[in-house]
Ligand binder design. Structure first.
Ligand code: HEM
Length: 519
């Protein structure tokens, strides 16, 4: 941060003293000296160099050098040339890439009061996604949503969710064993089912249940709306004010469609839960036993769920702002948790397919600790260090968000004598941090043994993959137990092997990320 030197403070105090004693000419001189010193301080900060980075073009800057595919690999190569903090310019935007855990912790954790914003995007706002917690600026709306969310996802609440997570993990395995070809859609459905149960108390009816298919469609729209470089309105914000009939303003129509679907995806499950809560409260106040009277709506009512708990805290005294905060906080769960969990589970399956000896070792640990008569539960986690190491290595090997989520800095800042200008988009290159050969030798190898069963070494990985500072993932503990339930249940009941081709040769799928923020 810019430090104001003592000289300025002394001059300012002198100025105040002179003013108090009404010594006019002296005041004038001091004003001039103070102003000159202050200008020097500010310009000294501004004339500090930006961090190093590849040379760009006039006006465009590095715009054409920023890769669309796997940008973390290019950024990591730049880290070798330019160091731990790399600066890029794309038109008028500054981008700062943080390539080491230390730099990310110094800035995003240590200076989180100024590094907790998100970069804005006009298309994201027009499409109605800017109102959800992960996209919100660091403001009161974000604070309100985050508070609601954390009340249901803090460590004390976790044991209450174990039964749901284990139940859905078992349903997933049953489904995969019955129809292995539907692995992807079933994994998606069951992960969504866990989140829907703990958020809304809603039991997903199946893959075609609109209560999840509508949010899935909205999430696809989110991916398109937030894709950098796709929408001209993100470069020329004034275009948002065009009338809709203007020929090249189709983005306005698309944004409106996205907004409507997002609204439906977020409000429908909320209203379902609200109706259930109101109904149960009505029956209770009239002394009617809810069981049996309202069988369908009672399902899952013994389990904790975010929306019902928040509604009961408001006790009917909720204004429109409170209600909107609750709706958007709740819908952030599926947005934040679905693709990240899926990516992690698929990386796990690929890792096991490619490393049968590691799979066998993890299975042996489960058989030894849990036996073969029952399935592992989440409470077995402390007794299964090798399974925990496998999961930590999955997070390290192919993290679900290799560039985290971008932060934005609120004001000019100086780090290691470099200027990080106000509004810079700050990108933690988590991929590089977890593939730095000095920290993780042979980083491309999947080797759970590298942690030597040490939880503090595993924690160093999860501290990075779940993000930083005040914006770090509020669903991390929940995610870790969901993933443990699924991984341990699969290991205990299945052998993960590749499909065979017509010649009987294994077809091992390539390790390939999809594109986007979550890959
Ligand atoms: C493997 C699973 C997961 C991974 C790797 C992951 C990772 C992340 C990351 C990197 C961020 C951004 C942190 C930052 O800005 O520095 C984030 C934010 C967030 N995550 Fe997760 N997440 C996972 C699961 C979940 C789950 C299960 C939920 C909900 C139940 C969730 C809800 C959220 C929310 C609401 C935010 C936005 C927080 C904010 O902007 O204040 N995540 N997550």
């Amino acid at each position: 941060m810019i430090k104001v030197p003592a000289a300025v403070v002394v001059c300012t105090v002198a100025l105040v003293v002179c003013y108090a004693y009404q010594s006019g000419p002296l005041v004038a001189i001091l004003v001039c000296v103070s102003a000159h010193l202050a200008t020097q301080v500010i310009s000294a900060a501004r004339t500090k160099p930006y961090p190093p980075g590849p040379r760009g073009w006039p006006v465009l800057g590095n715009l054409l050098q920023i890769p669309q595919d796997s940008p973390w690999l290019t950024y990591s190569a730049w880290a070798d040339t330019y160091g731990e903090v790399v600066h890029l310019k794309a038109l008028s935007d500054h981008l700062v890439i943080l390539n080491t855990a230390q730099a990310a912790k110094d800035l995003l954790d240590g200076r989180s009061t100024i590094y907790s914003d998100r970069p804005g995007s006009v298309m994201t706002e027009l499409s109605g996604f800017g109102i959800e917690m992960p996209m919100l600026s660091y403001n009161d709306q974000w604070r309100r949503q985050r508070k609601i969310f954390v009340q249901s996802f803090n460590s004390g609440m976790m044991p209450g969710y174990h039964r749901i997570q284990e139940h859905e993990a078992r349903k997933l395995v049953q489904g995969i064993l019955r129809r292995p070809e539907t692995l992807v859609s079933q994994t998606k459905t069951r992960i969504a089912a866990i989140i829907m149960r703990v958020t809304y108390g809603y039991t997903v009816k199946g893959e075609d249940d609109p209560m999840i298919t509508v949010p899935f469609a909205a999430m696809e729209n989110f991916g398109t709306a937030t894709e950098p470089g796709t929408w001209i309105v993100d470069f020329i914000p004034q275009l948002q004010y065009l009338p809709r009939w203007v020929p090249r303003a189709s983005f306005l129509r698309i944004a409106e469609e996205y907004r409507q679907l997002e609204h439906k995806a977020s409000w429908s499950p909320y209203l379902w839960c609200k109706e259930k809560v109101v109904c149960i409260a009505f029956l209770a106040t009239h002394g009617i036993d809810a069981d049996g009277v309202h069988g369908a709506q009672q399902e899952g009512s013994e389990e904790p769920c975010l929306v019902a708990s928040a509604l009961s805290q408001f006790e009917g005294d909720m204004n429109n702002e409170d209600e909107a905060a609750l709706v958007w906080a709740a819908s952030s769960g599926l947005g934040g948790g679905l693709d990240t969990n899926m990516s992690t589970i698929f990386t796990f399956l690929l890792a096991m397919m490619r490393n049968p000896h590691i799979q066998a070792k993890a299975q042996a640990e489960i058989y030894e600790v849990v036996g073969t008569e029952c399935l592992p539960s989440i409470t077995d986690r402390p007794s299964l260090p090798y399974v925990r190491s496998v999961i930590a290595e999955v997070f390290r090997w192919y993290p679900a968000t290799p560039l985290g989520l971008p932060h934005a800095v609120r004001q000019d800042d100086v780090y290691k004598n470099y200027l990080l200008p106000k509004s810079s988009i700050v990108i933690p290159n988590v991929w590089r941090m977890l593939h730095d050969p000095c920290v993780y030798p042979q980083p491309d190898e999947f080797r759970p043994e590298r942690f030597e069963n040490s939880d503090s070494e595993m924690r160093k990985v999860t501290d990075l993959v779940f993000g930083f500072g005040r914006r770090s993932c509020p669903g991390s503990q929940f995610a870790e137990s969901s993933i443990f339930a699924i991984v341990a249940t699969i290991l205990a009941t299945c052998n993960i092997v590749p499909k065979l081709d017509e010649q009987g040769q294994p077809i091992v799928p390539p390790m390939e990320y999809t594109n986007g923020v979550i890959v």
